[in-house]
Design a binder for this molecule. Sequence first.
Ligand code: AMP
Length: 223
Amino acid sequence: MKNTANIIFFGAPGAGKGTQAKKVSYELKIPHLDTGNLIREAISGGTELGKKAKEYVEGGNLVPDDLVIGLIREKLLELKGNNFKGFILDGFPRTIPQAEALGNMMKELNLQITKVLNVQAPESILIDRLSARRLCTNKSCGAIYNLFTKKPQREGKCDHCGADLYQRKDDTAEAARQRLKEYHSKTAPIETYYRKQTVLADIDGTKDPQEVYNKILEIIPLN
Ligand code: AMP
């Protein structure tokens, strides 16, 4: 039986959090809670949350804290009640109030954050990666491509399942710039917050994805 691992992936949009979080979730067999994806699903499903979040997401702005905190709270309670093995948070927390709310939820659930992985890359790389990113439309596949560094073999088609690829509306240069602005003003201060709690580990996100992954496996507990 594995010990629980409660891991947070932290970093700017385009740093590679999602790619790595997905692999670690598969390796440790623990759920990957990706708030961006959960919010996009709510938008395409036309839920109340989705309706409230749509404009913020499309403009590259953060969705209000109370909405995202409520969403994560619901997911963590669901996980905790069901053969709990841990979780990977990707894209949450993104503000100090979210980090504080998560701290309270962890206390309430008698859990601790194992590691916060701070995936870092310079702004020029982030913008290039976001505008070259393409995703598989097949949700159960979810493969991620980059038109320069990880090109699909057939243009516009997924190598794994053959479904069409698409570009996220908020990956266009203008929305991506706004997302980075939001990151610097609201999300980056969390780095100091977690560094003080000594659970933060810095990861060089400019390296090849396999190298980044190997580094992460050295840092997180595997059993
Ligand atoms: P991502 O897929 O992580 O890049 O997230 C896409 C968008 O979803 C963000 O630009 C925000 O509009 C919204 N979002 C995701 N996570 C959060 C969060 N923790 N707080 C507020 N907004 C979020």
